[in-house]
Ligand binder design. Structure first.
Ligand SMILES: Cc1cc2nc3c(=O)[nH]c(=O)nc-3n(C[C@H](O)[C@H](O)[C@H](O)COP(=O)(O)OP(=O)(O)OC[C@H]3O[C@@H](n4cnc5c(N)ncnc54)[C@H](O)[C@@H]3O)c2cc1C
Length: 462
C-alpha cells in the first residue's frame, strides 16, 4: 500500500512501524501458522489509547483492514491478517495500572502477559483464576477477545466471568468504556461482554478491569489412573455431583501419560486407559475433607491407582508436564492440529469412545483426546507423523467428523479457543443462518466499513 508506512510514521514513532518482509512474515499468523498465513502491509506497535485511536481513524478514513494482535498464541487463526492491511501489536500497552485489595479488582492495559498478571495479583494475596496453558505468552486483551479459559474453568469459570469493564477503540477511532469497577450493573445492553469473545472484529480492546478473588491458602494434587474411559467419566461425575468442586480436573489419555512420565518421578503406571489429574484448593481443613471425599469415590469406583501429592513443589511438576503436553508430543510428531470441541459433561464418555473408534480407522494421522474434563471442554487433537497431502486430507475430514459428533451430543465447536477463520464453517453448523445473520448485523453496527479483522467468524464468500 503506497505511502502507508509514511502516514503511520506520522501517527506513532517511525521505529514502531514495521514493514520489513521479515517483520511482516512474523506477523502473518498465530499458533496455527501451518494452516494459512497472510502478510500484513504494515505492523504498528502503539503505546497508548490515543495512538490506537489515531491509527483507527486513519484506517477507517482509507478503508484499510486492521487486525489486533496480542501474543499470536491463538489456535484458530484469529489474528492472521487475511486481507493484509495493518496489524496492531498490543504488547507495548503492557502496564498493570492498579490492583485494589479493597475492591478486589484490577485495571490493566490490554498487552499485559497473563502470567505476569497472575504473579502481580498473587503478591497482593489475591487470585485471578483464568489459566489458559499459554499463560507465559498470551495477553489479557487476547484472553478477553477469545473468552479464554483453561483448567480452572470447572470451578472458577472463564475470562468473560472476570471482566468488569473495558476501554475499547471503535473502528472509526472513537473511544468507549463500557462497564466499570462496580461489582454489578444492569445498565442496558451488556456491551462489555459483547466485546468478550469478539475476536478483534468489533474494536480494539485497550484496557480491561477484572474482578479478583481471595487467594486459596493451600492446594493438593491427586492423579487417578482409571481402567477405562467410562470409569474416568463416571468418577468425575460422581465427584462433582457428590459436592466436591475441584479447582482443576484434567482428563489425560494413556498416550499422553507415557509422554508426561518423562517429567514425573516416580513414573505413573501406564496400564490405565484414562487418567484424572485433580487439584483441590481451599484451607487445609477444606482440602482434607475434599480429599477424603474424592478418594472414597475413587475407591468405590474401583480405579487402578491413586497418587496424592502433598508437596506443592512436587505437584507443580505434574501440572508443568500437563501444560507442556502439546510441545512434548511435537518432539515425536511433525505437526498437530488442536480442536476444542466442548460437550455436556455427561456426554464425555460417549464423545471419547466415538473419537477412539474414529481414531482406529485412521492411517495417515493420529487422533488423540484430552481436556478439561470438569467442564466438558475437550481437546481432540490430530497429530501428523509425516506431513503430506494424504495426511492433510485425512486430517481435514476427521476434524469435520469430530465437530459434527460434538454438535450431535449437544456440544459447541469451541469451548475456549474461539472461531477465527479456522472454524468459520463450523460456526454456521452450530448457529444456523438466522443467528449468523444477527451476528453480521451487530458487526455492521460497530464496523460499517468492515475493516476490523475481516474474514473471521463466518465465511463471507471472499
Ligand atoms: C500451547 C498453547 C496452549 C494454549 N492453551 C489454552 C488454554 O488452555 N485455554 C485457552 O482458552 N486457550 C489456550 N490457547 C490459545 C490462546 O493462547 C488463547 O486463545 C489466548 O487467549 C490468545 O491470546 P493472545 O494474546 O495470544 O491473542 P492472539 O492470538 O494475538 O489473538 C487472538 C484473537 O484476539 C484478538 N485480539 C488480541 N488482542 C486484542 C485486543 N487487544 N483487542 C481486540 N482483539 C484482540 C485477535 O484479533 C484474535 O482474533 C493455547 C495456545 C497455545 C499455543
Amino acid at each position: 500500500m503506497k505511502g502507508l508506512a509514511k502516514d503511520l510514521g506520522h501517527i506513532v514513532a517511525k521505529e514502531r512501524v514495521k514493514t520489513d518482509p521479515e517483520d511482516l512474515f512474523a506477523y502473518s499468523g498465530d499458533a496455527t501458522y501451518y494452516i494459512k498465513r497472510g502478510n500484513p502491509d504494515a505492523v504498528v506497535l502503539p503505546e497508548n489509547t490515543n495512538e490506537v485511536s489515531e491509527v483507527m481513524r486513519y484506517a477507517f478514513h482509507n478503508a484499510i483492514p486492521v487486525t489486533p494482535r496480542g501474543a499470536g498464541s491463538g489456535l484458530s487463526g484469529g489474528c492472521t491478517p487475511l486481507r493484509g492491511g495493518i496489524v496492531l501489536d498490543m504488547k507495548r500497552m503492557g502496564k498493570i495500572l492498579e490492583i485494589s485489595r479493597r475492591n478486589m479488582s484490577a485495571r490493566v492495559e490490554a498487552g499485559v502477559v497473563l502470567g505476569d498478571f497472575h504473579r502481580a495479583v498473587k503478591k497482593e494475596g489475591l487470585f485471578y483464576p483464568p489459566n489458559p496453558q499459554s499463560m507465559n505468552v498470551c495477553t489479557l486483551g487476547g484472553n478477553v477477545a477469545t473468552r479464554a479459559c483453561g483448567p480452572h474453568g470447572v470451578k472458577y469459570g472463564a475470562t468473560g466471568d472476570y471482566v468488569m469493564g473495558l476501554e475499547v477503540v471503535l473502528p472509526d477511532g472513537s473511544i468507549i468504556a463500557p462497564g466499570g469497577l462496580a461489582a454489578r450493573s444492569s445498565a442496558g445492553y451488556d456491551l462489555t461482554h459483547l466485546f468478550a469473545g469478539s475476536e478483534g472484529t468489533l474494536g480494539v480492546i485497550t484496557k480491561a478491569n477484572f474482578r479478583l478473588l481471595a487467594l486459596p491458602p493451600a492446594h493438593r494434587t491427586a492423579v487417578v489412573a482409571c481402567e477405562t474411559i467410562e470409569q474416568a467419566g463416571d468418577t468425575v461425575a460422581e465427584i462433582l455431583a457428590g459436592g466436591t468442586l475441584p479447582a482443576m480436573v484434567e482428563f489425560i489419555p494413556q498416550m499422553a501419560i507415557i509422554a508426561m512420565n518423562n517429567y514425573i518421578n516416580p513414573p505413573l503406571i501406564t496400564e490405565g486407559q484414562a487418567y484424572l489429574l485433580i487439584d483441590l484448593d481451599g484451607t487445609l481443613d477444606e482440602i482434607q475433607a475434599q480429599a477424603d471425599h474424592v478418594l472414597g469415590i475413587c475407591r468405590r469406583m474401583g480405579v487402578l491407582d491413586i497418587r496424592v501429592i502433598e508437596d506443592e513443589k512436587e505437584a507443580e511438576t505434574y501440572w508443568t508436564a500437563r501444560s507442556n503436553l502439546g510441545a512434548m508430543l511435537l518432539t515425536v510428531m511433525k505437526k498437530a492440529i488442536n480442536e476444542d470441541v466442548a460437550v455436556p459433561r455427561d456426554k464425555i464418555p460417549e464423545f471419547v469412545r466415538e473419537i477412539q473408534k474414529m481414531a482406529a480407522t485412521l492411517s495417515k494421522v493420529v487422533l488423540g483426546i484430552g481436556g478439561h474434563a470438569g467442564d466438558g471442554n475437550m481437546h481432540p487433537s490430530i497429530f501428523f507423523p509425516e506431513v503430506n497431502k494424504e495426511a492433510e486430507s485425512e486430517a481435514q475430514e476427521t476434524i469435520k467428523k469430530v465437530v459434527r459428533l460434538g454438535l450431535s451430543l449437544g456440544g459447541t465447536v469451541s469451548g475456549e479457543h474461539g472461531i477465527g477463520f479456522h472454524k468459520a464453517e463450523f460456526l454456521h453448523w452450530e448457529l444456523g443462518e438466522i443467528q449468523i445473520r444477527l451476528l453480521k448485523r451487530i458487526k455492521k453496527a460497530f464496523d460499517p466499513k468492515g475493516i476490523m479483522n475481516p474474514g473471521k467468524l463466518w465465511k463471507d464468500g471472499r
